[in-house]
Structures are given as C-alpha cells and as structure tokens.
Design a protein around this ligand. Sequence first.
Ligand SMILES: Nc1ncnc2c1ncn2[C@@H]1O[C@H](COP(=O)(O)OP(=O)(O)O)[C@@H](O)[C@H]1O
Ligand SMILES: [Mg+2]
Length: 399
Amino acid sequence: MDQTPRQLSTVSSISSSPLGKGGGGEGASMIDIRNVVKIFKNAAGEFTVLKGIDLSIERGQFVSIVGKSGSGKSTLLNMITGIDHPTSGQVLVNGTDIYTKMDESDRSLWRGKNLGIVFQFFQLLPMLSLLENVMLPMDYAKIDDFDERPKRAMGLLGLVGLEKQAHKLPLAVSTGQQQLAAIARALATNPPLLVADEPTGNLDTHSANAILLLFEQLVDEGKTVVMVTHDPSLTDRTDRNIIISDGDLIDEAVALALPLLKHRQMLAVTKLARRLVFDPGQLIIGREEHVDSFFMIARGAVEIILQGKKHEDISIARLGPGQYFGEVELLRGGKSIASVRAVADGGPVELLALQRDDFHNLLRESPLTEETLGQIVQRRLEENKSMDRRGGFLGRLGK
Ligand SMILES: Nc1ncnc2c1ncn2[C@@H]1O[C@H](COP(=O)(O)OP(=O)(O)O)[C@@H](O)[C@H]1O
Ligand SMILES: [Mg+2]
C-alpha cells in the first residue's frame, strides 16, 4: 500500500453533497439550489428567511426536510416549486433554471409538467369528485388526449387504492383518503419530482403510514420525493434527512455524527468546522501523531489501521459518512493510537474538522454528547487493547 503522505488540501466551499453517493456532475441532479437567499420585506423591516442555501438532490432519492416551526422549510420548498422566487441565487430543477430563464407563465406551465405538489391540507376542490380532481392538472398542462384522461385518472386512483371512491366528493371520504387522492392528483401529469409540505401533518399514524408506503413505492419506481415533515419517525425511512435551522442548512455529516445536539448547536458546528479533502489512499493521521481535531466524515470512507507485531498494517475498521474519529485522542489526550487513511479503492474523502477548543466547548454545552462520546471512547480503547493481545484482525464497529 502507498504509505506516502501527501499535502492536505483545503477546499473553501463544498456544496452540501449527498452522503454516501458519488460525485454527480453538473446537471445530473434533480434539484440544484445555489446560494439561495430569501428576504421578506414588510412594514417592520427586512427579514432574511433563507441565508444562502446550497443543496443538491439526486434523481430517485427520497429526501426529508425537518426543522423547527418558522425555520424556513416551506419557504425553501416554494423556491423549488417556483411558487415563490428567491431574492438571489439560482435554482435548477430537472436541469432547468426556473427563475432566470422563465417568466411567471412559462414557470407555471413548466410546473404543471415537471412536478407534483402535495400540501398539508390536501386542497382538493370540494365540489368535484376525486376522479375530477385528479383530472384537473391534465387539463391545465394540456397533457393526454382528452378521451384518455378519465382512464388515466382512474389508474392513478387505483394506484393509491381509491378506485371504489372515485366518484365520491372529497368530504365523503376520510382525511387519509383525501390526502391519497391529492397525491394521485399530484401524479396526474406523471412528473419526475414530487414535493410535499407536511403531507402527514393532519393525519393519524395509520394514514400517515399509507402515505409513506406510497412515497416509498414511487421512489422505487424512479421518482424523486422531497418531503417536509416534523415527524422524526418518518425521517428514518428516507434516504437523506436535511435539517434547516434558522434559514441555514446543517451539514448532514454533523447531524449524523452528533445527533444529540440541538439544531442551533449543529449549525454552530457546521459553521466552525473546516472542510478537508483527501485523495484515495492518502494518509490523514499518522500513528503516534498529535491529533488536534475531531473529524467527521462527509463523503467517502477511511480505514483505521493498527500496526501488527511484525510492523505490518492491520486494518481494523472502515468508517463512512456520518462516522467520526479523533475523539479518543481529544478526550484522552496524547497521540494517535492508530493511523487513518482514505481508502485506496474509493473516491475522494471529505472531512469536517472541528478544532480541539471548539470540540471541548461543544461538549461543555452538551453533556449528553459528552457522555455518549465518553462511552464510545471507552469501547474503542477496550477493543484496541483486545486486538493488541490477539495481534490479529478483529472487526470493530465504527461507532
Ligand atoms: N410571505 C411572507 N412574508 C413575510 N414573512 C414570511 C412570509 N412567509 C414566511 N415568512 C416568515 O418566514 C419564516 C419562515 O417561514 P416558513 O418557511 O413558513 O417556516 P416553516 O415552514 O419552517 O415553519 C417565518 O418566520 C415566517 O413568519
Ligand atoms: Mg411550513
């Protein structure tokens, strides 16, 4: 293996990248939000609701967005749907720059064909049957032969399990069924992207589960689904969870590595951490080296390597996105107990490095995090000891 350490390179800005997925070049994403700022002005003055958001969402991903009430979730979704417009910055959806290259009427035509929108309060027209509600967007986007529409709408109601209710008015079915019908309507023009703002916020758990199952099925079929929710039990079921705090995005690696922090603290770590990039195979920390940071993995994978009796390398663990290293040395003092290297057979490794003082300040502010990390350090040290005794490979958990 190549042992030569190379110069560590610092990248000043890396847009939030999907964890665990490779590169994704220009135009490949379903959604690309670049430095989006949204300022609302009213009599009381100016209010910055989105403070420079960078976000890419890949095709075929199921993404949840969470955040406290008023943190900017709906405003962010409105930037994607074109319902509102950014004060500055760029939004590309399905390869189209939806603000600089389109006027309002182009945008609403584009919206009708490219995305389905689902709201918390269904917004079905009360005087129309479920079937007629589902047919409405087909008319607006001038999609499908007129005679084909009822058949197609019925097919969509079948997909969500509502054929038998097709001719009922919205108020004649349950709220869960109304939301399923609203999703069928959102799918009327077969858009590649579905955007939902708290779609289960007004539903019981059973109905909420039916909605999630439907979203999972749509994602399996290749659609991209972006869902704002305040239900933490739903975020476990999505590919990616994005946290917004006070108009800023929290780095996903920080949220995964330090889940017990408050959103405000996660955001502070996101802003304090330096971003570092290493090439495949590059040494990140040498054995016996002084460690001055807590490292969270944002992309790629690293190997933890101990030295065997004959000074051979023994790879004892492989850590990936959301996992971390350096905490043993920071909490116990002293030098590195192992070396850490970017895996040779992977892509570049992106790390977020929180400096020693910032790390200790953070633990003072979050006793829960301190306690958890303390337990992990204990476990890692015991595992390393038992490995030293056995002098051989032993699988070790990263966290
Ligand atoms: N049209 C508007 N004019 C002025 N302020 C707004 C407007 N829309 C939203 N806001 C403010 O922006 C902040 C974020 O709102 P929103 O995106 O709806 O939050 P969330 O969906 O996370 O609850 C809130 O403080 C809200 O009052
Ligand atoms: Mg909202």
